[in-house]
Design a protein around this ligand. Structure first.
Ligand code: PAF
Length: 281
């Protein structure tokens, strides 16, 4: 496995590697969810293509300095996992190698980022779009794989590829879950034992609400009320948002006529977790 720490090293390493290049952008602290993305990337690259992983805790997408400082960075372990998973190339730069101190260009999305995480994390998706576009350019990637857990991120990146004519196929991969249903996240390791035990309720709250579909329910309020009740039964969590949005535009909907997404973000202490379910019409 090759390793690059700067854009120059990356260009050198890439020159010797065969196309197609399929990229898995990550912020490290790899878990089984990321490894599933790597397997999906290999499927897309084929045995002779290049599977590349970027490990970069992107400072410009963090809205809370404490969250950035606390983000786990087990690089040695991440590299071992990449090697074992058959990754061909890892790019793990420092922030100084990615951003000029006087950088002045940002990619900004203005519709799909209005609600959900975009509303409660100002600037987050500008940071994501900017770094992902840079990574696509640096890798000259043919395709890139992202988890569906970050449903809004995936929709926005698809929109960026469409609106900016990026020659990159965006591949989504289903959320990987712990046996108790909690969506895998690099932030899960920061939960206290009590909070970790409570956290599967996020999934249960969303799925419980979704079951109202079978009673013919279509207006948003009962779905939101059912999920909110289940979440608020927890003595530990604080709801950041709970929204029902159109699956394509990510704007609030009621009644549900097209595929929709019921999505939540909650805080356990200062650890923020997200999850969602899709609602067929
Ligand atoms: O999903 C993530 O881990 C990050 O938002 C990404 C796509 C790697 C950009 O920093």
């Amino acid at each position: 496995m090759r390793l690059a720490a700067s854009p120059e090293e990356l260009r050198r390493e890439l020159a010797g590697l065969p196309r197609p290049t399929v990229l898995v952008p990550t912020m490290g602290a790899l878990h089984e969810g990321h490894l599933a993305l790597v397997r999906r990337a290999r499927q897309s690259a084929g045995p002779a293509g290049t599977v590349a992983v970027s490990i970069f805790v992107n400072p410009i997408q963090f809205d809370r300095p404490g969250d950035l400082a606390a983000y786990p960075k087990p690089l040695a372990r991440d590299l071992e996992q990449c090697e074992a998973a058959g990754v061909d190339l890892v790019f793990a730069p420092e922030a100084a190698a990615m951003y000029f101190p006087d950088r002045s260009i940002t990619v900004s999305e203005s519709l799909l980022s209005r609600h959900l995480c975009g509303a409660t994390r100002p600037g987050h998706f500008d940071g994501v779009c900017t770094v992902v576009l840079k990574l696509f350019n640096l890798f000259q990637a043919d395709a890139a794989v992202f988890g569906e857990k970050d449903v809004q991120q995936l929709a926005i990146l698809r929109r960026m590829a469409r609106d900016l004519d990026l020659p990159v196929e965006i591949i989504g991969h289903p959320t990987v879950r712990e046996p108790d249903g909690l969506a895998m996240s690099s932030r899960n390791v920061r939960l206290s034992p009590e909070h970790r035990a409570d956290a599967p309720r996020i999934r249960r709250a969303l799925e419980g609400a979704r079951s109202l579909l079978q009673f013919g329910e279509r207006s948003a309020a009962p779905f939101l009320a059912a999920a909110r009740k289940h979440l608020e039964d927890s003595p530990f969590l604080r709801i950041d948002y709970l929204e029902l949005v159109d699956a394509e535009t990510l704007q609030p909907v009621s009644p549900i006529k097209r595929p929709a997404v019921l999505a939540a973000a909650v805080f356990y202490g200062d650890v923020r977790l997200i999850d969602h379910v899709t609602l067929p019409p």
